[in-house]
Write a protein that binds this ligand. Structure first.
Ligand code: ATP
Length: 249
């Protein structure tokens, strides 16, 4: 796979691969687009809004990718969508498994969570911005950890004979680079319909929640800007924003 330009750094133990790239960014360390950090275990793996990403030692993948975008924070909104498709591509290429996507940034098989994406940003509304793209993929979750995950989950071990972890790093890096380049050239124009074909909740009654407010309706997929479209009382509205969570209603 053409991940030749990538620079991959492997840590046996780390607090969080995203935190490590964010620290380097804040300390003004030299960072090139395509820099990858992976770890065998995370002591403080993070999900969105302060949630924990369970990261035991073993076969699972804890991966972060650094990328610079020229167009400012507003343009970074759809990146999670492009990243979800890159995870789809990588898993399809290596295992011939079709994963499903949940807006804005989760990866499922049969409605069980296989992987999570956490995109963290640094920059101004205008001008270039920096992105740290964290991806956790369950390859083989130790039985003792499963009880700590408070939603339905799965791992690749339940769906394939061979886990190919190193090849997954290469495949993921290759497809991330490809999807992010596509994103900087044409946004989600060439991607949103493909994302919709993989939408885990297409046509289902869902609830969106910010913690303070919630909306219910039928999930109609995403719009070309990456917002989620919901049909409520015969009217379709799009919702944006990183603080919104989607659940089956
Ligand atoms: P959303 O992203 O839609 O707001 P989410 O619950 O999927 O919702 P994330 O922040 O993406 O939230 O991920 C954290 C959540 O994922 C945890 O609260 C837990 O329910 C679940 N989780 C934690 N670790 C794992 C893991 N290794 N595999 C699968 N699921 C996990």
């Amino acid at each position: 796979l053409g991940a030749s330009t990538a620079n991959v750094e492997v840590h046996p133990i780390i607090d969080s691969t995203n935190s490590e790239l964010m620290r380097r960014l804040q300390s003004k360390a030299e960072l090139e687009s395509g820099k990858v950090i992976v770890a065998e275990m995370q002591q403080a793996g993070r999900g969105r809004r302060g949630r924990v990403w369970q990261s035991p030692f073993g076969a699972n993948l804890y991966y972060s990718y650094f990328w610079r975008l020229d167009d400012g924070l507003q343009a970074a909104m759809g990146v999670s969508i492009a990243v979800g498709l890159a995870v789809y591509d990588a898993i399809k290429a290596l295992y011939q498994i079709d994963v499903e996507l949940k807006w804005p940034n989760d990866i499922y098989i049969n409605k069980q969570k296989l992987a999570g994406v956490l995109v963290e940003l640094d920059g101004q509304p205008q001008g270039p911005c920096q992105l740290v793209i964290g991806i956790g993929i369950n390859l083989q979750m130790p039985e003792s950890f499963s009880q700590h995950i408070d939603q339905a989950w799965t791992d690749l071990n339940q769906h394939t004979q061979q886990l190919y972890k190193n090849e997954l790093v290469a495949s993921l890096t290759y497809y991330l680079e490809k999807r992010l380049l596509q994103y900087s050239q044409s946004g989600l124009q060439e991607m949103y319909e493909q994302w919709n074909a993989l939408n885990a909740f297409a046509g289902e009654q869902i609830e969106l929640n910010t913690g303070h407010r919630s909306w219910r309706g039928i999930c109609e997929g995403i719009d070309p800007q990456g917002g989620i479209r919901i049909r409520q009382d015969g009217e379709v509205k799009s919702y944006y924003g990183g603080e919104v969570s989607l659940r089956k209603a």
